[in-house]
Design a protein around this ligand. Sequence first.
Ligand code: ADP
Length: 478
Amino acid sequence: MADRMAIQDKAYIGGRWVAGNQGCFEVDDPACGEVVARVANVDLDQVEQAIDAASEAFESWRMQPAQARCDRVMAWQRLLLAQQSRLAELITLESGKPMSESMAEVAYGASYLKWFAEQGVRAYGQTLPALAGGRRPMTIKQPVGVVAIITPWNFPLAMIARKVAPALAAGCCVVIKPAAETPLTALALVALAEQAGFPAGCINVVPSTDAAGIGQRLCASTKVRKLSFTGSTAVGRILMAQSAAQVQKVSLELGGNAPFIVFDDADLDSAVAGLMAAKFRNSGQTCVAANRVLVQQGVYEAFVDKVRTKVLALKVGPGAIEGNDIGPLITLEAHRRVSQLVERAVAAGATVSAVGTALPGRFYPPTLLESIRPCNPIWQQEIFGPVLAVSRFDTEEEAVELANSTESGLASYLYSDNVRRVMRVAESLEFGMVGINEGIISAAVAPFGGVKSSGLGREGGQEGLDDYLETKYLCFGH
Ligand code: ADP
C-alpha cells in the first residue's frame, strides 16, 4: 500500500503547495470505501491565481531553447520511472484498478513524456517559394499560451501526461484540474515535475469539487488560450460552448462506443484475447473499450463459447491484491448506473449468458450478454463497466452499417485474416482509430483521437505536439 505519509494533498499554484480556500474534500479507496486522503479544495480566486502564475511563467518558459524545455520533460520522465511502483500504488489506491494495470499506466504515461521530449525539438516551420515581387514567405511554430487541462479519473496519470508533456515541450504553461476522484496521482506526478526543475508557475494543479465553476472560470479567462479536455461527451459539449466566449482552441477527447467486429475468417483465439484486453482493462472503464461486439454468423457459437470461458475465469477483487483482473468500479453511483443499464438491456431482450464473481460494494461481476439488437439501450451508450454485449451479423456490409450507426467515432476493432476485407472495412469505419487484429492500440507515437461526437484533436504522434502550437506566417519584402 502507498506510504500514506508521502501523499501530497495540497494544491500547487505558482510553485507553492497551498491549502484550499474551500477546505478539503475526501478521496476514497473504491475497493473498500475507506477515506484515504483529504485534499485541498481550491476556490475560484485560487484558480485565478493559478492562471496568473501560468501566464507569468509563460513569458520566460516560451523563450527558453526548445532543447532546454525538452531536457526538463526528459528529466521528469526519468523520475517517473524511478517512482513507478509508488505511483502505481497511488493509482490503484484511488482508482481501484489492478496493480499490473497501474504499473502499465505509469510506463505508458512516461512514454508520452519521452516522446514529446524528443518531438519538442522538432517544431519546425517552413520556408516557402518566393511570391510575386520577390516576397519571401516562411512559417514559424510558436506555443499557443496558457493551457487549461481537465482530466478524468480512469487514467489519473496518463491522461495528464498526454496533455502536459506536449504543452510544456511546445513552450506552453498549464493549469490542471484533475478529477475529484483521483487528485492524488496528479499531485504526486506534479511533485516529481517540481523535482525535475520546471520553473514556478509552469505547472499548476487546482483540485476541486466545483468542476463546473472552474470550467467556467477557465473558459472565461482571456489569459487561457487553449482548453484540453478528456471526459464525457456531455461535459465536452458544455466546455466547447463556453470556450466560444474567448475563441479558445479546444482539444476534446470524449466518449466512445467502440464496435469490435469478428469476421468468419478471423483467427478466433487472437480475437478472443484482443476482446478480453479491449473490454476488461480497468473493469471496462475506458473510452476505447469494446462496447458493441459484432460476430459473424459462421463463427458466432465457437467465438462466444471461448469468450464465456474467459469471462468466468476473470478474478474479481481489490486491485492491490496481485492476480486480480477486475477491480471495483470508481463509485457506487457508477455501479448503480451499470446495474441499471444491464437491467434495461435485459428488459429490451438481451439474454444473460455468463456472470462472473459477484462481490459486495463497488465490484460489478464480469457479465456476458447476448441477443443484443441495435435498438437495445446498451448498444447505444458507453457501458463503462465489465459487461460484454454481443450480437451477430451475416454480411460485411451489415457489419459496417451497424458499426457506424452511432454518433461516437473514437476506437473500433476488426478481426479478419483477409487483407482486402481488412482494407475495405478499415476505410469504411467512421472512427478515428481502427485496431486490426489488435485490441490494445494506444501508443505515444500514434495520433489518438476521435471523429464525430467523440471529439477534436489528437494526442500523441506529431499531431499531439501540433495541437499546442500556432503556425505564424512571416512575409519578408524584397
Ligand atoms: P466522467 O464521467 O468520466 O467522470 P466527466 O466528463 O464528468 O466524465 O469528468 C471529466 C472531468 O471533467 C473531471 O475532471 C470532472 O471533474 C470535470 N467536469 C465535470 N463537469 C464539468 C463541467 N461542467 N465543467 C468543467 N469540467 C467538468
